[in-house]
Design a protein around this ligand. Structure first.
Ligand SMILES: [Fe+2]
Length: 141
């Protein structure tokens, strides 16, 4: 992983250990796939399917977290998750069909990485801020 990517990853900590760990793992995996994206289709597909699994699991965790805490922006946040779910499914399908160029692999992985960083910086941070405020009284009274 390059220093740039390390920098990005180290600056997206939300302060919620479980979520931070999941984010770090997903970002590292995308970064690793990006550096080895010229691999043959079967191997590449396997990595994409593994990534999809952990991303879907992560979104499940966050959506449960939002529901359990009656987060008011749950629907908007979930629809952001759905955008990237669709994107990784697109990448999976195109790879499985064997008609994906190296350029297209890069393109989709870059969009995925940027989309994920945006989600963490914007939507996840918003969610955590909401919860801190919601429970502020309990922590500081
Ligand atoms: Fe997240």
């Amino acid at each position: 992983m390059s220093k740039d990517e390390d920098f990005k990853i180290s600056h997206v900590k939300l302060g919620v250990e479980g979520l931070d760990k999941q984010h770090k793992k997903i970002l590292k995996d995308i970064s690793n796939i990006l550096t080895s994206s010229s691999e043959e289709d079967v191997l590449f597909l396997k990595k994409i399917q593994e990534l999809k699994k952990i991303m879907f699991k992560h979104y499940e965790t966050e959506e449960k977290f939002m529901k359990d805490n009656s987060y008011t922006e749950h629907d908007a946040h979930k629809s952001e998750h759905n955008k990237l779910k669709k994107l990784i499914e697109e990448l999976e399908t195109e790879t499985a069909n064997g008609n994906i160029s190296l350029c297209r692999r890069y393109e989709l992985l870059e969009i995925l990485l940027k989309g994920l960083l945006l989600q963490i910086h914007r939507y996840d941070k918003q969610m955590i801020d909401f919860l801190y405020h919601k429970y502020e009284d309990k922590f500081f009274s």
